[in-house]
Design a protein around this ligand. Structure first.
Ligand code: KG4
Ligand code: ZN
Length: 346
């Protein structure tokens, strides 16, 4: 039975990870990754030109590694899927060009997919079919969105998003202020374990009664942390890194989980899926679980490795599209750096 399902090869190059994944049906066969993270570290953020060049160099070897890990050959591939947006234009273009070339050479259909929907689809590889409708919360270095997902293959509706920094961006910027390495999420997560989240009251953005219920804002929080640290330093006092990390993280997690649960309640939806790099955060996972348990919501979060950008998520969504009979992309598929979340495939 399993072998009769189509084998999908997925390409992800929207940011700094070159991800190539192979999925058959909803089964993950391989997930090969190359990253240019180290090359961006000294800049404190991803430099698009460096990322594009690194994708180009990593592409062919990573495709070969994905096939070898899965124990399949090019001739076994039934369809190709690629992130066509949103993301960094130059980086996206490398993946789209490569995916088009492979699809053409192999004579298989090509699906240009939305990166955000792919972050949701990846959860099906671990937890089976997504309940529809579900609420999805995507939190990463580039996006923070709440989505209503009536049909992952063709109907994804935005409920809210960040009006300034993405959640991961806030982690990265605060880490810099605290002298922690890039990307900032993992070191803040670790430092926070030894800190007191109640030691400092940092602001919760857009949580007033007249604020947009599902939008996020993290820029004010980031500035508040920077001011707090500056004041300490100017007074010649030591900065309690663990406490600042814990209090900052708590402010982010509190807002994210409160709004996600509220979106479920107000839309009568009892399934929440959380994805994106920040979903790897241990405190976010714990608080989301507590609040979902209290509200009677089933919470699904992929394992941390599948939360960050990878090729398997693209293959997972591609597989869904094949199954749903969605039309493949035209041969002139391009990259769209600001592809709206409503466009699942194009
Ligand atoms: O999804 P992703 O790999 O790439 C984007 O599409 O942006 O997310 C990367 C982001 C970075 O900002 C990183 O700091 C954050 O995810 N991140 C975390 C954790 N692990 C990664 N943020 C908080 N806690 C973590 N454990
Ligand atoms: Zn992402």
């Amino acid at each position: 039975m399993a072998d009769t399902q189509p084998l999908v090869l997925g390409f992800e190059t929207s940011c700094d990870e070159t991800g190539i994944g192979l999925v058959r049906g909803q089964t993950l066969l391989s997930d090969a990754l190359a990253t240019s993270m180290a090359e961006h570290e000294r800049f404190g953020g991803v430099i698009p030109e460096i990322a594009s060049r690194a994708h180009l160099e990593a592409m062919v070897p990573t495709v070969h590694r994905a096939l070898a890990d899965a124990g399949v050959g090019f001739g076994d591939v039934d369809a190709v899927a690629v992130t066509s947006g949103p993301g960094l234009t130059g980086a996206l273009l490398v993946g789209v060009a490569a995916a088009k070339a492979y699809a053409l050479a192999l004579g298989v259909p090509l699906y240009g997919v939305n990166h955000l929907a792919a972050h949701v689809a990846v959860d099906e590889l671990e937890h089976g079919r997504l309940a529809e409708p579900s609420i999805a919360m995507l939190v990463s270095g580039g996006h923070s969105s709440l989505l209503l997902v009536p049909d992952l293959a063709q109907d994804v509706q935005p409920l809210g998003q960040t009006i300034d920094d993405a959640a991961g961006e806030a982690f990265d910027k605060v880490a810099r202020v605290l002298g922690l390495p890039f990307p900032g999420g993992p070191p803040i997560d670790r430092a926070a374990r030894d800190g007191d989240p109640r030691s400092i009251a940092f602001p919760r953005g857009l949580t007033g009664p007249r604020d947009a219920a599902y939008d996020f804002s993290f820029s004010g929080l980031k500035t508040a942390v920077a001011r707090w640290v500056e004041t300490r330093e100017r007074a010649g006092e030591p900065v309690p890194v663990a406490d600042v990390a814990a209090a900052f993280q708590e402010a982010v997690v509190d807002v994210l989980t409160a709004k996600a649960v509220r979106a479920c309640r107000e839309h009568g939806v009892d399934h929440l899926v959380v994805g994106g790099g920040v979903a790897a955060n241990s405190r976010l996972r714990a608080v989301a679980q507590e609040r979902c348990d209290t509200a009677g919501i089933v919470l699904r979060v992929p394992s941390p490795r599948l939360c960050t950008d990878n090729g398997a998520m693209v293959a997972a969504l591609g597989s869904r599209l094949v199954e749903a009979g969605v039309a493949p992309s035209a041969p002139d598929l391009g990259a769209d750096s600001s592809l709206p979340v409503t466009v699942v495939s194009r």
